[in-house]
Write a protein that binds this ligand. Structure first.
Ligand code: SAM
Ligand code: SF4
Length: 330
């Protein structure tokens, strides 16, 4: 049982680690076209620092680690980090969230190093629309779809697709995504657009509620509930004919904060106890000033105890965090 508990009785056993705040895409719901002021390289945790922290987190009870970013596959020699993580804990549930651009080239090395599964973000299956959404060109949808096949052949399983649904952009493609998932054994997870874009363009009008997502798919491919939330952010629905499932992550319209079991470390080594935290804990400072493992563990325990009750999107006292999704690590 994890020793990481908060004052609301939630047990924390899931850690998201951002490997970089940099990205080769500029998704409309995440980053401005011109990019952001990147964290200087010297401020980014080294692999040695990450491995030391993860060892401490595992001792405290973390069982699931997800590598993210920015785009995690922009970090060099990521297979070296994955091997190090698996050496620390061979049964670690280790996964990654990626935009899929480098997957075709890198998936075999990732799987050989010990990565178990992957989530790939894909928001449109229409080539031109996709390029408008990520603000990059070059037959990208095909490249990513090829990468998914390579990932599967390399043994990564399950493969999940993350699709952020935005009003006026891609809500007419929900059934196409469901069909793609059914035909290829991918679990598509439809994500509500959250106020974590760097530009501050988010509005409730642009959010397509989970209930609407579900209804649109259900009329074509009937669905049945598969499970409650558990500690997964996605509510899972099975296709009634048995051909796979979808997930809906309704963070805005149906928050699941009361069952949240996750915390995050930013690429520059700050512990965040919520995506929407307004306060961070400087683990990098401890690492680089000679703190012992026990001192770091005590700081983590104290920070987790103070984990926020939940986000306050749509409440009058909601305050958007200073960092946006790519700098936090989604
Ligand atoms: N670059 C990788 C990727 O895109 O998969 C990993 C980092 S990205 C920040 C992690 C996830 O956050 C992606 O699935 C992305 O679609 C999602 N995301 C980014 N901005 C979001 C927003 N404003 N609302 C909801 N999801 C968002
Ligand atoms: Fe990059 Fe991922 Fe943000 Fe898109 S969602 S800009 S791929 S970090």
């Amino acid at each position: 049982m994890s020793r990481l508990k908060d004052s609301f009785g939630r047990v924390i056993d899931d850690l998201r680690i951002s490997l970089t705040d940099r990205c080769n895409f500029r998704c409309v719901y995440c980053m401005p076209a011109e990019g952001l002021a990147w964290v200087p390289k010297r401020e980014i945790l080294t692999y040695e620092e990450i491995l030391r922290l993860v060892r401490i987190f595992i001792d405290l009870g973390i069982r699931t680690v997800r590598l993210t970013g920015g785009e995690p596959l922009m970090r060099q020699d990521i297979d070296v980090l994955i091997e190090g993580l698996i050496r620390l804990a061979p049964d670690l549930d280790l996964s990654m969230t990626s935009n899929g651009f480098f997957l075709k080239d890198k998936a075999p090395r990732l799987a050989a190093a010990g990565l178990k599964r992957i989530n790939v973000s894909l928001d449109s299956l229409q080539p031109e629309r996709f390029e408008r959404m990520v603000r990059r060109e070059g037959q990208l949808v095909f490249k990513i779809l090829d990468g998914l096949q390579v990932a599967r052949a390399a043994g990564l399983h399950p493969i999940k697709l993350n699709c952020v649904v935005m009003r006026g952009y891609n809500e007419d493609e929900l059934v196409d995504f469901a069909r793609l998932g059914r035909e290829n054994d991918y679990q598509v997870r439809f994500i509500e657009y959250m106020p974590l874009d760097a530009q501050g363009a988010w509005s409730m009008q642009a959010v397509v509620p989970g209930a609407e997502i579900l209804a649109r798919i259900h009329t074509v491919f009937p669905l049945v509930p598969a499970s409650g939330h558990g500690t997964e952010p996605a509510t899972v629905y099975r296709f009634a004919d048995g051909r796979g499932s979808i997930g809906v992550i309704a963070s805005v319209t149906e928050p699941f904060c009361e069952s949240c079991n996750r915390i995050r470390i930013t690429a520059d080594g700050q512990l965040r106890t919520c995506l929407f935290s307004l306060h961070e804990y400087n683990l990098k400072g401890l690492l680089r000033s000679g703190a012992t493992d026990e001192e770091i563990a005590d700081s983590i325990l104290a920070a987790v105890w103070k984990k926020e009750a939940g986000h306050k999107i749509n409440q009058p006292d909601f305050v958007k965090p200073a960092r946006s999704m790519s700098a936090i690590g989604g």
